[in-house]
Design a protein around this ligand. Structure first.
Ligand code: ADP
Length: 269
């Protein structure tokens, strides 16, 4: 009984204080939990709302449940309790292919197909969707232009590109079929600091220009502060705080303080 009241109170707090700014709710977690088959409770009663057009950053120490939370959105992992809604519709009500088509996904490991050219890599989803050749070609041109990639790279294979360029192609591949939502799981953590800074600038610009909603996982507080319209801090599968970078910086919560004090560098990965 108490648990239920507590749950409701938590939802109320999340709902009214900092977790919704009155924008259009695109992704909603309502009391979501994930228990893995071995019994690990990776995410506990998570309630949060990602609004249309924002960059929403999930941050927290290794093992706190960030990746699990993100993968539940495109159903790479199924949640075991609660509800996840996209655009007001529960994710189980979508055809899984339709759901994933509308959600781009960028991973830390640059998962480009090594035997395909840059153009072919970016075209993977449009090809699956059977777009006309001309439309796909135009889309690749448009995206490479937006990302400032030299058109000469079109016919190159991934191995001929730098790490930063490869990751840029990874981002463009996720954007190719114009999804509403992009999930990014530590996408830049394998890059050198300069490429990383440039890619972060790219993401900010893409978000400004294309209005994409981005759910971004990182353990780097500097990255979170730079990119996030809002930041959600997680610990042991629970949501500790959601706020703008300014609100996070102003928080007196000991756990938050510990994070922000270490914010010059990275949190323990
Ligand atoms: P983070 O992304 O914050 O590092 P994860 O979401 O990967 O955290 O993991 C959260 C917790 O769930 C950790 O305790 C992790 O060990 C556990 N976990 C992740 N995947 C599995 C799995 N497939 N089976 C059992 N436990 C898992």
């Amino acid at each position: 009984m108490f648990n239920k009241v507590e749950k409701r109170a938590k939802y109320y707090l999340n709902f009214h204080f900092g977790n919704s700014r009155g924008g259009i709710r695109l992704i909603e977690f309502r009391d979501v939990s994930k228990r893995y088959e071995d019994g690990t409770l990776a995410v506990k009663d998570l309630s949060l709302t990602v609004e249309k057009g924002e960059i929403f950053v999930l941050i927290g120490p290794s093992g706190c449940g960030k990746t699990t939370t993100m993968k539940m959105v495109n159903r790479l992992i199924d949640h075991t309790d609660g509800k996840i809604l996209i655009d007001g519709k529960e994710i189980y009500q979508f055809d899984i292919f339709e759901l994933r088509r509308n959600i781009g996904y960028v991973l830390q490991q640059i998962a480009l197909f090594p035997h395909l050219t840059v153009e072919e890599n970016i075209s993977v989803v449009p090809e699956l969707l059977k777009w006309k050749k001309e439309r796909t070609k135009d889309r690749v041109t448009e995206l490479m232009k937006i990302a400032g990639l030299d058109p000469k790279l079109r016919s190159k294979k991934p191995a001929e590109l730098s790490g930063g360029q490869q990751q840029r192609v990874g981002v463009l591949r996720a954007l190719a079929a114009d999804p509403d939502v992009i999930l990014m799981d530590e996408p830049f953590s394998a890059l050198d600091p300069i490429s990383r800074g440039q890619l972060q600038d790219d993401i900010k610009r893409l978000n400004d220009e294309l209005g994409k909603t981005i759910l971004f996982v990182t353990h780097d507080m500097q990255e979170a502060m730079k990119l996030g319209d809002r930041i959600a801090l997680m610990r042991d599968g629970e949501l500790m705080l959601v706020g703008t970078p300014e609100e996070i910086l102003a928080s007196e919560d000991p756990f938050v303080l510990e994070f922000t004090q270490r914010g010059r560098g990275e949190l323990d990965a």
